[in-house]
Structure formats: structure tokens, C-alpha cells
Design a binder for this molecule. Sequence first.
Ligand SMILES: [Zn+2]
Length: 344
Amino acid sequence: MKPFFPTLTGNEPLLAQLGGEILSDRLGHAYILEGPAGTGKHTLALQIAAALACERKNEDGVPLPCLQCPACRKILSGNSPDVIPVGREDKATLGVETVRKMRASAFMAPNELDDKIYIFEDAQTMTAQAQNALLLILEEPPAYLRFLLLTDGSVPLLETVRSRAPTLRLSRLTQEVLQARLLETEPEARALLAQSPVDFGELIAAADGSMGLAKKMLEPKFRQTVLEDRKLARTFAELAANHASASSVIPFLGAMEGPRDVVIARFSTMLLCIRDLSLLKQSDTAPLCFFYDRENATALAYRFTAPELMRAAREISAAMDALYRNANVRLVLTRFAMQTGLLP
Ligand SMILES: [Zn+2]
């Protein structure tokens, strides 16, 4: 059997389906690729385009796409005139003017390939008007036209669009798969694991199933920020569980301080940590999104009562709300410490 999309990880049934459809020339004209950020929508869209154009498509035993032939390479490097990204640029929404421009060019036959493929980024930001303009061409597209609409699913597309473009859902990777894949493909990941298994575990947990985010965190500077936020979240949980004295709370509050957006990010990491602890109080096997060391996390969870965790989650949300409303950072932190019982 021909291997399909050999460099992609996860979502295997979906990839097998797509590969089969491309090989037997049954691929539809339009699809919605839906998945949270970091699930590889963009990578998959380019690889679908490459698979359509791959010069070695019909060779036995060669993966589809082969990723090596000139057609594959041109597409994957973003240099094919027939694979065209459509984005909202610096605007909040993808508007009707952008779609009209796309439509005008869509009726010109492809330059080099048999297909002309439009990849819509952030399709969830398309205005209703833009979607209706797209419908005009989705209803009766020229035979060479293909559309891939990439969306995080936060805002559903119009039913009329969805009825013409089946939705393919991409899910995040499990921690185990992400870890195995990262170690296999990234020398920096192997180096980090050898150097600090704890930091590596933290990175896998923080990447939350996203290969893209995991790779980004292999850059030391970015990783440092993420690891510091996670350490602060654990410190908060430890302090709260210990009903710590004020003298140990002051350094924590000092470390929490920073520019508003940085403090908001720290609180949102804390919320993930507290959420995991709440789930662990209900079930030892709950899926976790902050902790990777389940045993330690379970032990920590049992040092809290459920109402204590609920109160902590509520106060973290209240602190974030206040920061979004431009409240003074230091005052928010002090109030938070008092409300959660860290300070008398
Ligand atoms: Zn190829």
C-alpha cells in the first residue's frame, strides 16, 4: 500500500481517507479543515495541494505526497502560482472585497498545475457577506478549482457553505504521540531530554498536543518564559495547599509582577493548573492539560478541598477580568492573595 502524508502525525483515519480520494481522483472541490491552533491545518492544506500535483503520484511504494519532486517542493515552499493563500491580512475579518478579488482570478485557468487551489486562512473570521460571495463560486466551480477553508471552529461557517464543503476535523496529539514524534524528528528535543527530563516533560505538557507549539518551545528563549509561568502556577498551588505564611507568599507575589499581558498569561496558566487539580479530585484518570506527572498532581489535589479549588479558580478569573479592565497590576495581585487566603 502507498503511504499517505508520511511526515504528518495523528489524525491517521482522516489522512488515509484524503490520500485515497486524491489517488483515485475522487477528492471534492471544497473542504473545511477544522481544528484548534497548532493542529497542523496549514501544513495539511499544503500537503493536500502537493499530493494533487505530485509527479510521482502513481509510482508504487512512493509516499503521497513524495515531498521531493519539483512540484511538491515548489508547493511546500510556497512558490507555486497555483496554490494561493487567501487571508484577512491585518484586518479583524476576512471581508467580501478579498473574496471578490479571489473570484476574479479564480476564473483564469491554472498556470502550471492541473488544479488551482485556494487556501483560506482563519476562515472563521469571514463575514457573512464574504461567505455568500464565496458561495457563488462554490456552487458551480470550474473543474480545476479547489478550496480549503481553514478554521479553528470558534465561529461556525454558514450552513450554505458547510453543505458544499465537508468538514474534516483535526484533533490534537496525545502527550505520548507528541513526545515520541518530537524525539524522532528534532535533535534539540533529544538534547533537552538528556539535559533536563523535567523541562522536557514541562514542554510536552505545555505544548498541549500541538507539534507547532512544541517545536517553538525548543527555542530556549520562548521555552524559558513558558517554563517560568508554569513554575509560578505550581508555586501558587503549593502555597495555597500549605496555607503558607505571609513571609513565603511575598516572594511569589514579587515574581508574579510584570507587564499587564505577562501577568494575564501567568494567571491563565494558573487557571489550567487549578482546573487539572479540580478534575483530579473527581477522577484519578481525568485528562490533564497542565500536569504531566499525574502522581504528583494527584497527591497535590488531595491537599485541597473541592470548594478551595473552586474558590481559587474563581479568584484567578476575577483577577484576569480586573487586569483586562486596566486595574493596577500590584493592587490586583494583593487583592488576589487576600481573597485566596495567601495573605491575611
Ligand atoms: Zn511529489
